[in-house]
Design a protein around this ligand. Structure first.
Ligand code: C2E
Ligand code: CA
Ligand code: CA
Length: 443
């Protein structure tokens, strides 16, 4: 065990006996064998005791995003190292609190201080042996948010689930949680296995416009779940659940069938236009994905070169050694690869220049504060020169107004996508977007 880690753990062990709380003495039976954190039974003792004493405190519930897939794809050894690394990080951010590992990747922190601003200093991802991982964290306060230890644990879990909506390390406070959204997430989790075949999964198409000739050059296909009970459920809600529950490849197959149908229906149109399709890294890892793709397009191979698969930056680079062969096969079939949400994943330049892809899509978070944010302009500038050096195409996402568009003129990007030109819409409406209308947006 690294010396500094041991020191932190000793600090944490010491804090259990600190005078901040009147805690029970800690026996080894109350410690976790892997990380040496306090264990669940100790946590319950302390929670009950604090509530008995009516002491104000906060409970944080923390877990690793997609932890199962770290174990599955990278092995249990790395999984264990991530847990130890996370424990060390938690102790660093909460040096005077009680830290517990309850089970698996579930950690809890009990603290008296208001520690929510600690997360301002936490990086977007943690690094364990060059593997980038992120955590989600939910916080609940006693007695403001809950009155029993069962509620404290339950509400902290709800807040943590809420934090999962944000990519990268994130924290949600129970007091700010949208409870309705949580009802929705529960509903999706319960129904996703029976819903993916139903008619209520539909697709929207958002035009992507060429900066050069100011016309529509392609469309991003975006999945929609139009639920008979809950109305439109956003993909940000159901896609992560589909990925977690092993349903994503089924959805992606449905999406590719739709793409083929669309390209056949508007054959003439797709001689000159392309379809950008969001593909999960889990699809690329699945053994059935490429055979399915070949079978689907075996009589229409010419359509393959009209497809661009978008893979999110973090997932692409973190798993590249496992998907490299598949990426090659996909590119040999004529399909292009774009890196989505570019700039959010902190990929190293060394990784970037060594990998094969055709396009990057600059994440909309860098566009949102233009033209005022000098920091975002600096980042966009760096991405522009990188893309130029690597001869990559660049699409800018989330262009919402004329001023942002004018600001982007500074760089020679290839394509724009955003509400300024067109929102995602039904297929027929998207195919009927006039190039003349797009041209007017540039004037
Ligand atoms: P994304 O791939 O980054 O897709 C772009 C998102 O930005 C879409 O949200 C789109 O509606 C939204 N958007 C486009 N222009 C603007 C703009 O000017 N301003 C703002 N604020 N937003 C804009 P949507 O459709 O809600 O999709 C969210 C995410 O869900 C997508 O992000 C993608 O990661 C995922 N997703 C959507 N459809 C699919 C799919 O078929 N398969 C997979 N695996 N993921 C999907
Ligand atoms: Ca995308
Ligand atoms: Ca994106």
């Amino acid at each position: 065990m690294a010396a500094n880690q041991q020191t932190k753990q000793q600090m944490n062990r010491g804090s259990v006996e600190s005078k901040k709380f009147k805690a029970l003495p800690v026996s080894d039976k109350k410690r976790d064998y892997l990380t040496d954190a306090n264990n669940r039974s100790h946590m319950l003792d302390i929670l009950k005791e604090l509530i008995d004493q009516e002491v104000s405190f906060s409970l944080y519930c923390i877990d690793v995003d997609s932890f199962c897939s770290i174990n599955r794809r990278k092995g249990f050894r790395l999984g264990d190292l991530v847990l130890i690394d996370l424990y060390t990080n938690i102790c660093q951010y909460f040096p005077t609190a009680f830290v517990f590992r309850s089970h698996g990747d579930h950690f809890y922190v009990i603290t008296k201080e208001d520690a929510s601003n600690k997360f301002d200093r936490v990086p977007t991802f943690f690094d364990c042996q060059s593997y980038k991982y992120s955590i989600s964290c939910g916080m609940v306060r006693y007695p403001d948010d809950a009155s029993t230890w069962e509620e404290m644990i339950h509400y902290s879990e709800i807040a943590k689930k809420d934090a999962k909506k944000i990519k990268g390390n994130s924290v949600s406070l129970y007091q700010n949680v949208d409870v309705e959204m949580n009802v929705l997430v529960d509903y999706v989790e319960q129904t996703i296995h029976s819903s993916t075949d139903e008619k209520w999964i539909t697709f929207a198409y958002q035009p992507i416009v060429s900066v050069n000739n100011k016309r529509v050059e392609g469309y991003e296909v975006l999945m929609r779940w139009n639920d008979p009970l809950h109305g439109s459920i956003p993909p940000d809600v159901f896609i992560p659940i589909a990925e977690r529950d092993g349903m994503i490849t089924q959805l992606s197959k449905k999406l590719l069938c739709e793409c083929k149908q669309t390209m056949l229906c508007f054959k003439k149109h797709f001689e000159t236009h392309y379809l950008a399709v969001n593909i999960s890294v889990l699809d690329l890892m699945s053994e059935e994905f490429i055979p399915f793709l070949r079978e689907l397009f075996k009589e229409n191979e010419n359509l393959l070169e009209k497809l661009e698969f978008e893979v999110t930056e973090t997932y692409y680079f973190n798993n590249f050694d496992m998907i490299e062969k598949k990426i090659e096969l996909i590119q040999e079939m004529g399909i292009k690869i774009s890196i989505d949400d570019f700039g959010t994943g902190f990929s190293s330049f060394e990784k970037l220049v060594n990998l094969k892809f055709d396009r990057i899509k600059i994440d909309q978070s860098f566009i949102r504060h233009l033209p005022h944010s000098e920091k975002d302009l600096l980042i966009i500038n760096a991405i522009a020169s990188l893309a130029k050096g690597m001869k990559l195409k660049v699409t800018v996402e989330g262009v919402e107004n004329y001023r942002q568009q004018e600001c982007l003129k500074l760089f020679c990007f290839d394509a724009y996508q955003g509400y300024h030109y067109a929102k995602p819409m039904f297929l027929e409406a998207a195919m009927a977007v006039f190039d003349e209308d797009i041209k007017r947006k540039f004037q």
